[in-house]
Design a protein around this ligand. Structure first.
Ligand code: NAP
Length: 303
């Protein structure tokens, strides 16, 4: 059997960003409107710093206004809530994203609930979760939105396919399941208490892995010819790359799927890095443009 074709998330994301930029230019020319995204970072989490730098850069490259507000790790919850309130009532801000994870002492659910659902470009607010599951228009969480776009681009029609989503987080697994259900897939959601996990995975035409466990999904868990979307981002030691100046081994990123094994069985597969990751930010830009249109009484563009 031939090897799986690689789903090029980087190229797809680039095309999406080009479409977003074209829409931004049109909004500016036709309506004098420039969509604006404000990202709030609490603390100094190194991974979050990298994410928000990339978000800011790509927002500006698409022609939008990007603002990043950095708060100290010891910022009281009330101060963060007050800032969100201020951003909610600022008509110049179309999208608000509070970078997760937040420091432990801050109640994440309370913070997400404080964001105006119309400005919630992450799609995490319960109002938007409800809209997603009931089929109403809503900002869709960026990572699962990107996964669905890759699946449709690769397979076209998804109707009737058996899909298994491995992971049930609010930010990936659950919204992914909602999106696949809306595409008329038969959806199974698996998690840490699922019995016969490998067997359940082997039944799936579409397997989306969002577990956060390096290379957990083995080649023999995959149905021959299945489409595999690997959401996982896990840093593992890579002694083959040598050592850092302090003697610690260098590292590399791997997904939740054992790529080398899986590509021998799957029909299509996303790589890590270069698969789901780039699609996430591109969808954040897309959500921001759509939010700006809605807030200004304009029809949501097809991007
Ligand atoms: P999460 O909140 O930690 O959720 C992980 C899920 O996996 C949970 O539902 C958990 O089950 C399940 N799980 C854990 N161990 C398992 C096991 N041994 N067998 C079966 N299920 C197991 O993670 P997340 O936020 O959804 O993220 C998942 C991965 O995606 C992470 O690697 C993260 O870095 C990555 N990610 C990537 C992007 C991107 O842009 N590419 C965006 C977001 C996340 P229980 O519910 O039963 O505990």
């Amino acid at each position: 059997m031939s090897e799986a074709s690689i789903i090029d998330g980087k190229a797809l994301a680039m095309r999406l960003r080009v479409r977003v930029a074209a829409e931004v230019a049109k909004l500016r020319d036709d309506h004098g409107l420039t969509p604006a995204l404000t990202v709030v970072l609490v603390g100094e989490d190194p991974a979050s710093q990298v994410y928000i730098r990339n978000k800011g850069k790509q927002t500006e490259e698409a022609g939008m206004v990007s603002d990043t507000i950095r708060l100290g790790a010891d910022t009281p919850e009330e101060d963060l809530l007050a800032l969100i309130e201020k951003l909610n009532s600022d008509a110049a801000v179309n999208g608000i994203l509070v970078q997760l994870p937040l420091p432990d002492r801050i109640d994440e659910a309370k913070v997400i609930a404080a964001i105006d659902p119309e400005k919630d470009v992450d799609g995490f607010h319960v109002v938007n979760v409800g809209r997603l599951w009931t089929g109403a228009a809503a900002p869709v969480p960026c990572t699962p939105a990107g996964c669905l776009q890759m699946l449709k681009e690769t397979l076209g029609e998804l109707k009737g396919k058996r899909a298994l989503v491995l992971g049930r987080s609010n930010i990936v697994g659950k919204p992914m399941a909602a999106l696949l259900l809306a595409e008329h897939c038969t959806v199974t959601i698996a998690h840490s208490r699922t019995e016969d996990l490998a067997e359940r995975c082997r039944e799936a035409d579409i397997l989306v892995a969002a577990v956060g466990r390096a290379q957990m999904v083995r080649g023999d868990w995959i149905k021959p010819g299945a489409t595999v979307i690997d959401v996982g981002i896990n840093r593992v030691e890579a002694p083959e790359k040598g050592t850092n100046d302090d003697g610690t081994p260098k590292t590399r990123l791997v997904g939740d799927v054992n790529f080398e094994e899986a590509k021998k069985v799957a029909g299509h597969i996303t790589p890590v890095p270069g698969g789901v990751g780039p699609m996430t930010i591109a969808n954040l830009l897309r959500n921001t443009v759509i939010a700006a249109c809605r807030q200004n009484g304009l029809p949501a563009p097809e991007i």
